[in-house]
Design a protein around this ligand. Structure first.
Ligand code: DON
Length: 309
């Protein structure tokens, strides 16, 4: 790959000043904003390339919604999961449920807005039967799809999410009150807060992106982990909803399925080419990494990765 990643990082890092580290989850507020890292899984050459703050651990946050969706599909099947959660774009903030009230919706818009993600996680907590170990299942699956046996739950972040998670609590109780959620609210929220507090690196995310880009097959051992259909459906949803109400803008600017997290992470899947993980914790108003998106945009241009070209 003919790219000077270190020079690119140096050029783009100052953009972080245009954003702010998430502070509505207090444990995230102390993260140093002056960081930018990237890891690529190059499917053709079977190698991982890393630069900048690529080895720093950070909270996976909303990127866990991709993994929980894949796990729910693996357990229950695509049809069943999308009976409970929609696949529509959003024009609202990631933690809004406003449209549900206004449109008398029967299910959340999609699995990536918080209300939809809480719904998906609740399906793992209880489908027909109560699952005694929902988080252990999600953690094990995250280790596998990220090829990262060392990733772990950060208890401080989890407790901080739990303590300040009243908006998420209101979304979950709304689903319960409207009979959309079968599982109990508190265990569902608890599992959701925990999945958001898993600590990953850009390399873990590059591996996740690589499985999606490689049609559901883990490129490091050539074993299928998820169905081709679930990889395709998930990439489509990342394109239309992965960056919330900025998804349309970045579909135009980048054209690669991408999911963000308020920990500053981005995962992208460039089909049959690359899995990409990026980290830079300062966020724009929509909750997406400012320098991270700038780096992604620059790389997509340089490597000609827009899937619509
Ligand atoms: O539930 C929350 O608000 C956070 N744990 C996750 C939100 C998030 O990452 C939104 N993504 N950009």
């Amino acid at each position: 790959m003919n790219l000077d990643l270190n020079a690119l990082i140096e050029e783009i890092l100052p953009k972080q000043k245009e954003g702010k580290v998430a502070s509505y989850i207090p444990a995230l507020a102390s993260v140093d904003p002056n960081q930018l890292g990237i890891a690529f899984y190059d499917l053709k050459n079977q190698q991982i390339i890393q630069a900048g703050d690529s080895k720093t651990r950070f909270a996976i946050e909303s990127i866990s919604k991709v993994i929980a969706l894949l796990w729910a599909i693996k357990k229950l099947g695509i049809q069943e999961v999308f009976t409970y959660v929609g696949s529509r774009q959003t024009g609202f903030a990631f933690n809004s449920a406003l449209n549900m009230e206004i449109t008398h919706a029967k299910k959340p818009l999609n699995p990536f807005v918080n209300v939809g993600a809480i719904m998906t996680t609740s399906l793992i907590v209880q489908d027909k039967e109560i699952n005694p170990h929902p988080f252990a299942e999600i953690l094990a699956f995250t280790k596998e799809i990220c090829n990262d046996p060392d990733l772990y739950l950060d208890t401080q972040i989890y407790l901080s999410e739990k303590e300040t998670g009243d908006l998420n609590r209101s979304l979950a109780y709304y689903l319960k009150a409207k009979n959309m959620m079968i599982a109990k609210v508190e265990p569902s929220l608890d599992t959701y807060f925990k999945q958001c507090s898993i600590m990953v690196t850009t390399k873990s995310l590059a591996n996740l992106g690589a499985v999606l880009a490689n049609d559901g097959i883990k490129p490091w051992d050539n074993q299928r982990l998820i169905s081709s259909e679930s990889a395709t459906v998930t990439k489509s949803l990342m394109m239309t909803a992965g960056l919330y109400n900025q998804s349309g803008t970045y579909s135009r600017l980048i054209g690669v399925p991408t999911k963000s997290g308020v920990g500053g992470g981005l995962v992208s899947a460039a089909p049959h080419k690359f899995g990409i993980g990026i980290f830079s914790p300062a966020l724009n108003d929509e909750g997406n990494s400012v320098a991270g998106l700038a780096l992604l945009q620059s790389i997509v241009d340089k490597l000609d990765l827009n899937i619509f070209k």
